[in-house]
Design a binder for this molecule. Structure first.
Ligand SMILES: Nc1ncnc2c1ncn2[C@@H]1O[C@H](COP(=O)(O)OP(=O)(O)OP(=O)(O)O)[C@@H](O)[C@H]1O
Ligand SMILES: [Mg+2]
Length: 373
């Protein structure tokens, strides 16, 4: 893979050198893949699920395994889901490119109309698909699974943002998928997502079709010492001096939440100078000023009391007892306001509850609120 200009990636996966730790989790996934177990991978948003899936596959890559990565984030119904799945399958198995033709795709997946596109920059061919109106989506789904089952390599399908299927307008999507999946021997699955309560109930509720069909893997923050070493090594490799204290500051300021760590480091690295108070201020100012319109917009969605509680949590960082006397009097809140407001902020994902207590889910929003109000 090409060496990136900035080693702190904020999107995509570019190989093990730019990927910090996750050794145990990678091992769990690789072992599950090899031993034919399905996995449910759950974490906070932006903690590193997609990166981990790609990393585990990079590590497990062999002629015997093939990963089909399907991002369900933008799917809204069965038809868009089937299109994404077929597209990922065709592109990954090089169906459209190597030894087959339009005809083969239409024979395999009867209701899909393929068009080939060439990436103007890389020249790489890929296939776009349109579902023909009136054709049966569930039939296409069956065709895709049947095709995967016949491959002579072991297939792993990663459905990212899998909880999306519960929002489709069609009924019984879970039962439909499960009815195909349970008969497959050559195909295994990684289901991942950030909405823990939805995914837990899909896989842990005895009345649901996917009950106990997977091994759970929860992704926490990368341990501080591992991330510190990773950060210091990358700065040092670019001859940018960095102290252990500075690396600690980066991790504290971002609560070690992967995306925010990566983004903060990316901005500090961009300055290409020894780190100093001035460079930290500069990077923080940039992050705040670029996000301010978005943050202001977020706040406009909240009531005055919700903003007050959110700001109070932001100022304290971790709040383990939001109805304690100290917290209430420090921030001039009443117990009834907190009891009414907290569930709404949790439900809207403005706050998250972790082992240490509540904190603002979007780390930069929290830091901005604490600095501004
Ligand atoms: N172990 C890691 N080391 C370094 N960077 C990482 C690591 N894991 C993830 N990242 C980076 O952190 C960012 C967020 O990761 P990723 O997109 O994988 O999270 P996610 O949990 O899938 O997020 P979302 O909930 O938004 O789908 C990405 O830019 C990714 O490149
Ligand atoms: Mg993701």
């Amino acid at each position: 893979m090409k060496k990136p200009f900035n080693p702190f990636l904020i999107s995509g996966y570019q190989g093990a050198s730019y990927f910090c730790d996750r050794k145990k989790e990678t091992q769990s996934i690789v072992s599950a893949i090899k031993n034919g177990r399905n996995i449910t991978l759950v974490s906070l948003r932006r903690m590193g699920k997609t990166g981990l899936i790609k990393h585990a596959f990079h590590q497990a890559k062999s002629k015997k395994n093939n990963l089909i990565y399907v991002d369900l984030l933008h799917t809204t119904d069965l038809s868009t889901m089937v299109t994404e799945f077929a597209k990922a399958t065709i592109n990954q198995l090089n169906l459209g490119v190597l030894n087959t033709s339009f005809q083969k795709i239409t024979t395999l997946f009867g209701s899909l109309r393929p068009t080939f596109t060439i990436d103007p920059l890389s020249g790489a061919p890929s296939v776009e698909l349109d579902i023909q109106k009136g054709k049966q989506n569930s039939k296409t789904l069956e065709e895709i699974f049947a095709h995967l089952e016949k491959q002579n390599t072991h297939i792993v399908v990663a459905f990212d943002e899998f909880q999306k299927i519960t929002t489709y307008p069609e009924k019984n999507i879970e039962a439909l998928l499960r009815s195909y999946i349970q008969h497959l021997n050559n195909v295994h699955f990684i289901y991942s997502g950030s909405q823990k309560h939805i995914l837990s109930s899909m896989f842990a509720d005895a009345r649901r079709p996917f009950y106990q069909s997977t091994q759970f893997l929860g992704l926490e923050s990368i341990p501080q010492n591992e991330y510190e070493i990773f950060i210091m090594n990358h700065f040092k490799a670019a001859e940018i001096p960095i102290t252990k204290n500075e690396a600690e500051f980066i991790l504290d300021w971002t609560y070690s939440h992967t995306f925010y760590v990566q983004y903060f480091c990316n901005r500090l690295f961009e300055i290409k100078m020894a780190l100093s108070n001035a460079s930290f201020h500069h990077a923080i100012d940039k992050i705040f000023s670029e996000n301010e319109p978005v943050f202001t917009n977020y706040l406009s969605l909240l009531t005055a009391q919700q903003v007050q509680l959110l700001t109070a949590v932001a100022k304290d960082g971790w709040v383990s007892k939001p109805t304690s006397k100290e917290f209430l009097s420090k921030h001039r809140l009443t117990s009834s306001t907190v009891q009414r407001t907290l569930p709404a902020l949790m439900q809207k994902e403005f706050l998250t509850l972790e082992k240490e207590g509540y904190r603002v889910y979007d780390v930069f929003l929290g830091r901005w609120l604490a600095a501004k109000y």
